[in-house]
Design a protein around this ligand. Structure first.
Ligand SMILES: [Fe+2]
Length: 481
């Protein structure tokens, strides 16, 4: 079977999995043939895509991590705010996860838009348990973690849905109301003797960031329990993968990038790594575009962070991208057009609004270089992309200063070093500058140093390297910390 976006579903296609409503009842059976009627009903319910089964994908099986039955029961317990029931579900979830053996989070969650909070809570519980297991925690702890996951957003049911599902940016007042849900969730369980302090604390602090920029209290990583760090990662991970009224779902590849980039700011690095061990960059059954423009479906991954999976072309040919003859082909990261639109960028900011967005200026005469840096950094920073030193000077004259500049050294007309000197001497702006160049000679390095370079990167570089350099320059902390 394979995953297809709702917009591409046509009558006559056969379902690959059962579809459940938000009460866990079967809406459509596993092999149902889709009719015009079914399709419009599913669209109306807000389903973003479906797994279909066809000849092309007959041998691809994508497994849910827990049984649909248990998932349905979990959703129902959360909806009814049945705390005892949630405790029992947490136990059963952990038992299924432990039974399952190696876990790969391939399956895209099929769900209605309406039941987001309930289905989200079940997913967070699931991811909490997977992270805990990956970190070697015992069964009791995994059950506590999953229990906390099921309960963490109980307070959202007290938030008006106009705020919860608002498409645009929240006002300050609305945001304050939204933030109160963590405390309300905690209040619902704080008096209960049968809920452990570990669970209570994790629920209360599930929106805290390790750099102290979260809520409700603004505690830092040192003050956060491991449970708290885990639930925070699981929460954001599922939110990014989900369709919301104000955002499209992000691909596994984008989510992995995002999570890694926010380590040390929002998340604890060990916790993120423990989760990403189970997240394939190209999940089985998803459609991708290759660098030569052809479409393909992911058939199998050799290991989790495999960039060269076995794929199937739309004409049925199966190719192993590990084979030498296909080395020239790469998969184009599935960054949907929507996710780089203005609105979506705002939605992304919305989700992480408690964490400061730094401003970075990038100056390079090559559009491809600008695009590449944009691809690496735009999720994490507000970028201003400029094509030459003159534009940079003009921009800085008229606008608020930026937090850092990434400057190409080799540009026609005014080179990067000259531009840096003029920013310092003429504009009297002391902005840290990271130089990027293909020249790795002593003279260039000396010149960069002479104008007070904050760093120096030689092309070609690893995306992770420029990310950690920028982070080091801005925050004074590297990725290792
Ligand atoms: Fe929350």
């Amino acid at each position: 079977m394979r995953y297809i976006r709702m917009s591409q579903i046509t009558p006559g296609m056969k379902l690959g999995t059962e579809i459940f409503d938000s009460y866990g009842r079967v809406l459509l059976g596993g092999k149902a043939e889709l009719t015009e009627d079914y399709i419009s009903r599913l669209k109306y319910l807000g389903f973003d895509g479906l797994y279909i089964s066809d000849e092309l994908s007959a041998d691809i099986s994508v497994e849910p991590i827990i049984s649909p039955f248990l998932r349905g029961k979990g959703i129902d317990c959360v909806r009814r705010q049945d705390i005892d029931g949630c405790k029992q579900i947490a136990k059963e979830m952990v038992a299924e996860i432990i039974d399952k053996g190696p876990i790969s989070i391939d399956m895209t969650d099929l769900r209605e838009c309406d039941d987001y909070t309930y289905a989200h809570s079940v997913n967070v519980a699931l991811y909490c348990a997977i992270i805990g297991l990956s970190m070697g925690m015992d069964e009791k702890s995994l059950e506590e973690l999953a229990f906390a996951g099921l309960l963490h957003d109980l307070g959202k049911m007290s938030i008006p849905s106009e705020i919860l599902n608002k498409e645009g940016r929240l006002t300050q007042e609305e945001y304050q109301i939204m933030k109160s849900h963590a405390k309300i969730s905690y209040d619902a369980i704080k008096e209960r003797w049968d809920v452990t302090p570990n669970v209570k604390v994790a629920v209360l602090y599930h929106h805290e960031n390790v750099d102290g920029s979260g809520y409700p209290t603004g505690i830092t990583g040192d003050e956060m329990t491991l449970y708290t760090k885990i639930i925070h990662v699981a929460d954001v991970f599922d939110a990014l993968l989900s369709k919301r009224p104000y955002k499209e779902p992000y691909s596994a590849y984008e989510v992995s990038e995002y999570m890694m980039g926010a380590c040390g700011i929002m998340f604890d690095t060990d916790v993120v790594l423990a989760l990403l061990k189970h997240v394939p960059l190209y999940p089985k059954g998803t459609e991708m575009i290759m660098s030569d423009g052809r479409h393909c479906i992911i058939v199998e991954n050799k290991d989790m962070h495999n960039l060269r999976p076995i794929i199937r072309l739309m004409d049925g040919t199966t190719i192993n991208l590990m084979d030498k003859e296909y080395y020239n082909i790469t998969l184009v990261a599935a960054v949907s057009a929507d996710s780089i639109s203005r609105e979506s960028e705002e939605a992304r900011n919305e989700m992480i609004q408690s964490y400061k967005r730094y401003k970075i200026m990038v100056v390079d005469d090559m559009v491809t270089n600008l695009q590449m840096i944009r691809g690496i950094l735009e999720y994490f920073y507000d970028l201003t992309l400029l094509k030459n030193g003159k534009q940079a000077l003009r921009y800085l004259e008229k606008n608020e200063p930026v937090d850092a500049i990434i400057m190409d050294v080799d540009m026609p007309g005014m080179d990067g070093i000259e531009a840096a000197r003029r920013i310092k001497e003429e504009l009297h702006k002391d902005i840290p500058i990271l130089f990027v160049t293909t020249l790795n000679d002593g003279e260039t390095v000396a010149k960069c140093k002479a104008v007070g370079a904050a760093g120096y990167i030689v092309r070609p570089y690893q995306p992770a390297y420029i990310k950690s350099e920028i982070k080091r320059i801005i925050t004074g902390r590297g990725d290792a910390e």
